[in-house]
Design a protein around this ligand. Structure first.
Ligand SMILES: [Zn+2]
Length: 240
């Protein structure tokens, strides 16, 4: 089993997708103790060449952030650097340097290209794709528009950061068979939400993640890294 954690904001505010920096630090410290933490490049390699985790580790884990809020640089990166673990930001290219006031009335600034460049340079972070306009793919009318959304995101990152993007995260974690097919033409791996990755039976273009939210207690965080937690949860939701 492989755990991919999906964070959004690392901040002390009341936004549901914010995780307090101190809580984040505690989670990463615990994760590092129990899991072998991989970059997505290493995770991709692992899916193609399965191996056992290092001695005394329960499994593999990778840390990702969606949307590219500036607080990931100011509050998240120092924690990853302190623990010496890699992370990935899935970035929607049209958001660069803009800001938004969310439904909680909280103003958020997105990373700009200088910051994204600096993050990529640290060696702890890699910037990957979250599309161009953060389109929720199952809601898009035609395949051509999906293709344009994906290619634009990749091209802009290539022009700005001089790198290719092989990994994609579905905005709002939403995908369907049609969008997964298009995503499969452009990316090696694509990530959604709600679950752990079973390397023996996963589809590389709809890999589940564990979405970490503000309301998640430390106990619940640890619980959600167990395969049986998701088995039980999925059984319950299919029964209801
Ligand atoms: Zn998003």
């Amino acid at each position: 089993m492989i755990v991919v954690l999906a964070y959004h904001s690392i901040q002390t505010d009341t936004y549901a997708h914010s995780v307090n920096p101190e809580v984040f630090d505690k989670q990463i410290r615990w994760l590092k103790r129990h899991f072998e933490i991989l970059s997505l490049i290493d995770l991709d390699r692992l899916l193609h060449h399965p191996r056992r985790p290092a001695k005394h580790k329960r499994g593999f884990a990778s840390i990702t952030f969606d949307d590219g809020f500036e607080n990931v640089l100011t509050n998240g990166l120092p924690v990853l650097a302190k623990h010496g673990v890699p992370g990935t930001v899935f970035f929607p290219t049209s958001f660069a340097g803009t800001s938004v006031t969310n439904t909680y009335g909280i103003k958020y600034t997105y990373l700009d290209w200088n910051q994204l460049h600096a993050m990529e340079k640290t060696g702890f972070f890699t910037i990957q794709s979250h599309g161009h306009d953060h389109l929720v793919l199952p809601e898009v009318k035609d395949e051509q528009t999906i293709g344009t959304e994906l290619v634009r995101g990749q091209e802009i990152i290539r022009n700005r950061l001089g790198k290719t993007t092989d990994f994609y995260a579905y905005p709002k974690g939403k995908w369907d068979v049609r969008s997964r097919k298009v995503v499969g033409r452009h990316f090696r791996l694509a990530f959604a939400g709600d679950g752990l990755i079973d390397e023996r039976s996963c589809n590389p273009h709809s890999l589940p993640r564990v979405i970490v939210t503000r309301s998640m207690s430390f106990w619940k965080f640890k619980l959600s890294l167990h395969p049986w937690f998701w088995k039980l949860k999925n059984r319950r939701s299919s029964a209801s």
